[in-house]
Design a protein around this ligand. Structure first.
Ligand code: IMP
Length: 497
């Protein structure tokens, strides 16, 4: 006989609906704050907040450098995946921490290259303008798509067709984007090369990027105004990995494991806190109260919860372990609140795996999550590390689980030992730029919160009223009994924004 058999089924987010509260002048969507603690911090540890309650999953097909930079600019953060070499992960953290908004490190061309050699690089990168530098990186000129015709000039040299330095407006040692913008405006140009006093090319500033870069009121950064960077680590090579990430000024670490209630995780948390006490470390994943206490008692600064719900996850099928995410959040959230009452320490809870729509995000927050981790949602964005492909006239991006055969090509002991896969590989519909998608997602979250009569996530936790709904009632909540044309009603499968 098992020690414990719970006869009440565990619940998923899709089974709940929010009841409205009293909306007031203070709960207008435009006045709602989505600020939320990333980790608990005390003493000399740094304090980190997110300005939106969303983080991207530590997965090869989701969270690379571009996602790390763009999501931090927009108020969230990417958990940079650890299923890669220590060097390449540290490099990603370096790039995020050293990113200068709007100042782009360009791909350079050499003057002696032929136009056809340059054209190949243009096709690979998609860029239309390149700076030309000599062997000492001294800026010689610019070559853009207007300067040549590939059929006429393919055997010419780049230096024969480029616009040379003397005809180009440049900025010397400029580090301020507003100043660069001013020069671009005055010179009626769209590109500004930034050089040092010796003429060495440092960066390029593109007018088309400037508005995006200047307009990021929600950006999350450290006390030096460098973008926030979070890195996943594993329980195998952490003694080598953490020092390398720390060297690149990583702000927060997160132990990446589908089963966090383990002595391996305890050892990792303890070692990290002992050797790097100023870098908060997130533990996970757990799905029980006991698991939460275990991680917190061993030094977790936040706890990630969820098992078996991810869109690419087959853990429940393969191993029979897991729990509905709603039940997990309720259970662990209760324990977090109890722990807070006992100790005064508030440990954020992150809901992870199977959050497929905006209503899921709001319901996860209302049930008690402090923020939400998503893989599939972010994998669809321009900024995820994968390449777009066209399948049956639809633009798609590949998405695969960290426990899939594809991810395991990355060899570490853990995966070499595994005899079976826990994740699959598939495609997700390309959704465009993160910035545009987040606009809509955040507007929907704020609108629900406004209907619930709350002005921030803390109030949502206190005041939200939720109700379980029947399958029939879920059906009624979708479009029904009307004809929607040849495409039909696809709301049954609505899983995007
Ligand atoms: P999604 O947002 O539903 O796509 O779920 C993403 C989450 O699934 C990740 O943050 C991980 O917690 C989990 N996950 C990632 N890879 C795998 C896998 O291969 N098997 C099971 N779960 C996975």
């Amino acid at each position: 006989m098992a020690k414990n058999i719970i006869l009440e089924p565990s619940r998923t987010l899709a089974e709940y609906r929010l009841l409205p509260g009293l909306s007031t002048n203070e709960t207008k969507p435009e006045d709602i704050s989505l600020r939320t603690p990333l980790v608990f911090s005390e003493g000399n540890k740094k304090k980190f907040y997110l300005n939106i309650p969303l983080v991207s999953a530590a997965m090869q097909s989701v969270s690379g450098t571009k996602m790390g930079i763009e999501l931090a600019k927009l108020g969230g953060t990417a958990f940079i995946f650890c299923s890669q070499s220590i060097e390449s992960q540290a490099k990603m953290i370096f790039k995020i921490k050293n990113h200068k908004a709007g100042f782009v490190k360009p791909r350079n061309m050499k003057p002696e290259m032929t136009i056809s050699q340059m054209y190949k690089i243009r096709q690979q990168t998609g860029f239309s303008t390149f700076p030309v530098v000599n062997e000492n990186d001294i800026f010689l000129g610019l070559i853009s798509k207007w300067d040549y015709d590939i059929s006429l000039h393919k055997d010419f040299l780049v230096k024969d067709r480029m616009i040379s330095r003397k005809n180009i407006e440049v900025g010397i040692n400029i580090t301020n984007l507003l100043e660069a913008n001013q020069i671009l405006l005055e010179s009626h140009k769209s590109i500004l090369p930034i050089l040092d006093e010796k003429g060495k090319l440092l960066y390029m500033v593109f007018r088309k990027d400037i508005n995006d870069q200047l307009d990021n009121p929600l950006e999350v950064h450290d006390e030096k105004k460098q973008l926030l960077a979070v890195a996943a680590i594993n329980t195998q090579d952490y003694k080598e990995r953490i020092p390398s990430l720390a060297e690149q000024n990583v702000d927060v670490l997160s132990v990446d494991s589908s089963h966090g209630h383990s002595v391996f995780q305890k050892e990792t948390l303890k070692w990290s806190n002992k050797n790097f006490p100023n870098i908060p470390i997130i533990g996970g994943n757990v799905i029980t109260k006991k698991g939460f206490r275990f991680l917190v008692n061993n030094g977790a600064a936040a706890v990630k919860v969820g098992m078996g719900g991810g869109s690419i996850c087959i853990t429940q099928e393969q191993k029979g372990t897991g729990r509905g995410l709603a039940t997990t959040i309720i259970e662990v959230g209760e324990e977090r609140d109890r722990h807070f009452k006992e100790t005064g320490k508030y440990i954020p809870v992150i809901a992870d795996g199977g959050v497929t729509s905006t209503k899921d995000i709001t319901i996860a927050l209302a049930l008690g999550a402090d923020y939400v981790m998503m893989g599939r949602y972010f994998a669809r964005m321009e900024e995820s590390p994968t390449k777009k492909i066209v399948v049956n006239n639809r633009v798609m991006k590949p998405y695969w689980g960290e426990g899939s055969a594809r991810a395991r090509d990355w060899k570490i002991k853990r995966y070499e030992q595994a005899k079976f896969v826990e994740g699959v590989e598939g495609l997700v519909e390309y959704a465009g730029r993160l910035r545009d998608n987040l606009d809509e997602t955040l507007a929907k979250i704020k609108s629900s919160m406004s209907t619930c009569g709350v002005k921030n996530i803390k109030e949502l936790h206190k005041k939200a009223e939720l109700e379980l709904v029947s399958a029939l009632s879920i059906r009624e909540g979708k479009v029904h009994d009307i004809y929607q044309g040849a495409e039909g009603n696809n709301s049954e499968n609505e899983t995007t924004n």
